[in-house]
Structures are given as C-alpha cells and as structure tokens.
Design a protein around this ligand. Sequence first.
Ligand code: GSH
Length: 214
Amino acid sequence: MKFYGYFRSSAAFRVRIAMNLKGITPDLAFIHLRRQEQTSPDYTRINPQQLVPTLVLDDGTALAQSLAILEYIEETHPEPPILPKDPAGRARVRSLAMIPACEVHPIQNLRVLGYLGQACGQDEAGKQAWARHWIDVGFTAYEASVAGHPKTGRFSHGDTPTIADMCLVPQVFNAKRFGNDLAKYPTLMRIFDTCMAHPAFDRAQPSQQPDAEP
Ligand SMILES: N[C@@H](CCC(=O)N[C@@H](CS)C(=O)NCC(=O)O)C(=O)O
C-alpha cells in the first residue's frame, strides 16, 4: 500500500493514527500542499479531488477521503477496533467524528482560506478569525456531546480510541495554530491529552513526520 499525505494535513493525521494503532506500515509519498503539489497532473490522476490523503492499495485502487479510508482500514484490519460493536455506539462515534471532519475542517481548509483571501478580500487576520469562529462552533458542540455523557470514558467513547478521537485530535492541533481559547472545552481537552499520551497518536503528529518542516 502507498499512503499520500502531508505532515500538516489534519485528514492525513487521522489516518496515520489508525494505521499506527493497527500496525499498518504503507510506503509513504509526500504531497507538499503549500507548493500546490496536490494540483499536479500526476497526483490529480491518483486523486481527482486534489486533496490528501490518498491510500493506494496493492492492486492500484486509490481510496480518497479520510473517513472512507478509516472505515476501509477498520474493515480490513479489525484489531484493535476503532468503532464500537453496538450500532448505537457506532452511530455516536461517527456523529462525533463528523463534528470536526464535516462541520469544521472543510470550512477552514487551505483552499477555502485561500479563496477567502483571493476572492473575498480577507487579510490574514480575517481568515484566522473565520477559522477560529467555526472551530469554536464545532468544539462547543463536541464539548456538550462528551461532557457528562454516560458513554464518554477516557476517550470520546469508552476507554479505547475510536474514529471520533482520530478526527478530534488533528482539529485541536489546528485550533492551537489559529489561537482558539481551548480552556472553554475541559472535557474535549482532557480527551485530547489522553490521546496524545498514546503512542499511536504521538507518532502520528505533524512534527514526527519525515516531511515535517518548522
Ligand atoms: N474531507 C477530506 C478532506 C481532505 C482535505 O481537505 N485535505 C486537505 C489537507 S488536511 C488538503 O488536501 N488540502 C489541499 C487544499 O486545500 O488545496 C478528507 O477527509 O479526506
């Protein structure tokens, strides 16, 4: 298998965590997003969405979209599980995962912030305020969903990492970059700290990647 990622990509970070947990060690390819390598003809042939990550299987099948890749990994490498066994638990985990993955990350993505600047005249401060706002909206919902919930454990759901944690943690890294006040989210941050003490999360963080830059 070959994994196309970028050290600072949140979506690639999610998949790196799952691969670390499950002991999957693909070949690595690095797509430099700031240099727009995602729009090159070669990469566009692999991933017409021009986004990372992409996981290319040994038979050449290219899988795009981190949530789809996480589900593929779970189905093909079931141990340790990253989704609960019960349908309601799985639905809760997917629903939590979708807060950062669907409600926050897509609207503070590189190309969206770029468009805000180029087409809407926003300066750097304006773009950062936009990102902080939507992170706050998502994190307020996440905090309310996990704080005091009977299914919340050491992690977002129970005492082992799930897809929800894999989507949450990279979003917290983004929030730190944008300067959000994270003290407003004590349960979310308690879960983040638990995750980052886990080697699978720690080894997946941007600074630990071979293509990391200061
Ligand atoms: N929903 C996609 C999001 C992928 C995505 O937005 N990737 C970002 C990096 S985190 C990217 O490739 N951005 C390139 C760009 O904005 O041009 C997924 O979960 O895989």
